[in-house]
Ligand binder design. Structure first.
Ligand SMILES: CC/C=C\C/C=C\C=C\C(=O)SCCNC(=O)CCNC(=O)[C@H](O)C(C)(C)COP(=O)(O)OP(=O)(O)OC[C@H]1O[C@@H](n2cnc3c(N)ncnc32)[C@H](O)[C@@H]1OP(=O)(O)O
Ligand SMILES: NC(=O)C1=CN([C@@H]2O[C@H](COP(=O)(O)OP(=O)(O)OC[C@H]3O[C@@H](n4cnc5c(N)ncnc54)[C@H](OP(=O)(O)O)[C@@H]3O)[C@@H](O)[C@H]2O)C=CC1
Length: 331
């Protein structure tokens, strides 16, 4: 009994320690925990051996904020030279300076609106001049907001699908063609979402575009292996970032309900997904291509199972239910 209590206290202490670490490197917002979260403490430090990305160049779209920033921090800590690209140059530059002053590795900030194929081509020109072509490409940039579909204007639809599907395609095709020409292989990773698979009301442009991204990456995994390219997908569940939560949970009501239904009792953390993205993008995963990795604390299966709500039935209620069911014998 004492050992069990001590074990639990140890796990809680680990949660606190690793949250403090993440705050330092990734600047994550406050974490909220459900009752079972102490079984699943998030670890904040880099999982791969130091130097795993030495002599590697990584491009992370949307790398100035949220999950992209965390992925950049981890890759940079592991030795990569990173390029982060998005629309807001001031934010990119601030992030680049902060990360590179912590890791000692260069992070370059390049302005790019991924919706514009010419801007993407210029961004890749700039990148070639700065670092040469990349070994790792993470298509992480996205746009989204909750909205009943009957309220969507054509431009609202176009804005989201342009950033998510066309933006990912423009970046992937531009880099893919140049890498093929230079006979250089690379790891491509796309960040989608768990509802790319199920679809979801109220985020229909995002769901449609993310499903398209998954089809794009699975198709290219089959077609471009012969050029040395790997294509993989991570589907994150909810991870608190300002960009996502301000547009998808403006009142904060979604967060509590979500934590209640996630079997691991908490949201994910930016550092956790950064570790997974680093592994998938690394040479340790050189046999991984065409993979779709759900990373959601169990939320998807929790939402899907018809009888999962029975979690709220108490042991006393089960005694009554069991008698009722057993009484059907022979009927
Ligand atoms: C709680 C989390 C749980 C789970 C998360 C699961 C999945 C998460 C997926 C994500 O992708 S989260 C990432 C979210 N991050 C971002 O969205 C960051 C970037 N976003 C933006 O820059 C904007 O929000 C943007 C997507 C609207 C694009 O900005 P831009 O300046 O290019 O567009 P406009 O502001 O000009 O709008 C274009 C068009 O859309 C209409 N519109 C904008 N907001 C809304 C809204 N809330 N409801 C309805 N319509 C909206 C806007 O009116 C324009 O259309 P019209 O020209 O007026 O017709
Ligand atoms: N957080 C979560 O719970 C989840 C997130 N995801 C996915 O994770 C990824 C990161 O999201 P998250 O970090 O939460 O949110 P953020 O809003 O922080 O990240 C989105 C990034 O995309 C960039 N971006 C948006 N539009 C463009 C554009 N037209 N061109 C170039 N860059 C653009 C933004 O930078 P800028 O404004 O400078 O252009 C921003 O850095 C996204 O793909 C999202 O769909 C998926 C499931 C859950």
């Amino acid at each position: 009994m004492a050992a069990r209590v001590l074990g639990r206290a140890g796990r809680l202490a680990a949660v606190v320690r690793s949250s403090a670490l993440q705050l330092r490197l990734h600047g994550s917002a406050g974490l909220r925990f459900g009752s079972q979260a102490s079984f699943f403490p998030p670890l904040g430090d880099a999982m791969l051996p130091s130097g795993s990305f030495n002599n590697h160049v990584a491009l992370i779209t949307g790398g100035g904020t949220g999950l992209g920033r965390a992925m950049t921090a981890t890759l940079s800590q592991l030795g990569a030279q990173c390029i982060i690209a998005s629309r807001k140059l001031d934010i990119l530059q601030r992030t680049a300076e902060e990360i590179s002053s912590q890791t000692g590795n260069k992070v370059h900030a390049v302005q790019c609106d991924v919706r514009d194929p010419q801007a993407v081509s210029q961004c890749v020109d700039q990148m070639e001049a700065l670092t040469g072509l990349p070994d790792v490409i993470i298509n992480n940039a996205a746009g989204n907001f909750v909205c009943p579909s009957e309220r969507l204007s054509p431009n609202a639809w176009k804005t989201i699908t342009d950033i998510v599907l066309n933006g990912t395609a423009f970046v992937t095709l531009e880099l893919g063609k140049r890498l093929i020409q230079n006979q250089k292989g690379a790891s491509f990773l796309a960040i989608t979402t768990i509802y790319a698979e199920s679809g979801s009301g109220f985020v229909v442009p995002s769901a449609s575009a993310k499903a398209g991204v998954e089809a794009l990456y699975k198709s290219l995994a089959a077609e471009w292996g012969r050029y040395g390219h790997r294509f993989n997908i991570i589907q994150p569940g909810p991870i608190r970032t300002k960009g996502a939560f301000s547009r998808l949970d403006p009142t904060g009501a979604f967060e509590k309900a979500t934590i209640d239904r996630i079997p691991t009792g908490r949201l994910g953390t930016p550092a956790e997904i950064a570790n997974l993205a680093a592994y998938v993008s690394s040479n340790y995963a050189s046999w991984m291509s065409g993979a779709v990795i759900r990373f959601d604390g169990g939320e998807y299966v929790s939402l899907a199972g018809e009888f999962n709500e029975l979690r709220s039935v108490t042991p006393d209620q089960w005694k009554i239910l069991e008698v009722m069911i057993r009484n059907t014998k022979g009927s």
